[in-house]
Design a protein around this ligand. Structure first.
Ligand SMILES: Nc1ncnc2c1ncn2[C@@H]1O[C@H](COP(=O)(O)OP(=O)(O)OP(=O)(O)O)[C@@H](O)[C@H]1O
Ligand SMILES: [Mg+2]
Length: 242
């Protein structure tokens, strides 16, 4: 295969990470970022779409819960990133599925799997409308929480992820560890990045590693994830003190 036939790599916008991924995510794939609360999932996804918007791409952010609504304010106070500016420039579209006008709210009358099917349809129509190259979903667990059968869960996850592959959209999807959904979501993903924290003595370090990446070699090391006023970056060093 010549280089020209190789699938395109999409830069993550996170300094140091593309090296671990041998150039970035494959275009048109579903990439899961998984980690405990406060490990940096929302920052990761935001930095990924901001990178696209800065490059002049159309990008989309899908908000699935009340908690993720504060993203614009948090990114402003954390890093002085002005997401509203990208919205005004027509580069960034927010899709807030908790918005009552979308009729996607949880209700006793709607079966959980019907809700996910409606979500899939909504995402698909928004993608067709806005034609984003990058989509960020923060986070996926609110959506899948009520599905009881693991088999059904797998099928529905695959269903949602297939929308991105079909439309050649590179997506970042966050998942937390609270409801034990992370493992199932990771199965369905094309790549999985794990964020964490490591306590060593009285030292607290953020960590990052690539858990899987279909179709690619990766750097198989746990590295330090740094968050500062400039955003997130990966250092070529181990979080474990030697
Ligand atoms: N300017 C900054 N400098 C250093 N660290 C920061 C800065 N801004 C935020 N952080 C750290 O990043 C953490 C939050 O990251 P983020 O919100 O992406 O985590 P998360 O994994 O999405 O959490 P949750 O599971 O609660 O949604 C904050 O708790 C804070 O410790
Ligand atoms: Mg978050």
């Amino acid at each position: 295969m010549s280089d020209a036939d190789l699938p395109e790599r999409i830069g993550t916008g996170i300094p140091g990470l593309d090296e671990m991924l041998r150039g970035g995510f494959f275009a048109g794939t579903a990439n899961v970022v998984s980690g405990d609360s406060g490990t940096g999932k929302t920052i990761f996804g935001t930095q990924f779409i901001v990178e696209g918007a800065k490059n002049g791409e159309n990008v989309m952010c899908i908000i699935t819960s009340e908690e993720s609504k504060s993203i614009v304010r948090e990114m402003k106070t954390s890093f002085n990133w002005d997401l509203e500016e990208y919205v005004n420039d027509g580069k960034l579209t927010f899709v807030d599925i908790t918005d009552p006008s979308l009729r996607l709210q949880k209700s006793v009358e709607i079966a959980p799997s019907e809700l996910i099917k409606s979500f899939k349809k909504l995402v698909e129509s928004k993608i067709e409308e806005e034609k984003p190259t990058r989509v960020f979903i923060d986070s996926i667990e609110a959506l899948f929480l009520a599905i009881e059968s693991n088999y059904k869960l797998r099928t529905l996850i695959d269903d949602v992820f297939s929308v991105f592959r079909k439309h050649d959209v590179t997506s970042v999807i966050t998942v937390g560890s609270m409801y034990d959904l992370d493992e199932m979501v990771e199965y369905g993903a094309d790549s999985v990045i794990k964020l964490g924290r490591i306590i060593s003595g009285n030292n607290l370090q953020r960590s990052i590693y690539v858990m899987k990446m279909r179709g690619s070699g990766t750097i198989n090391e746990v590295r330090v994830l740094n968050i500062s006023d400039n955003g997130m970056s990966v250092l070529a060093q181990s979080p474990y003190l030697e």
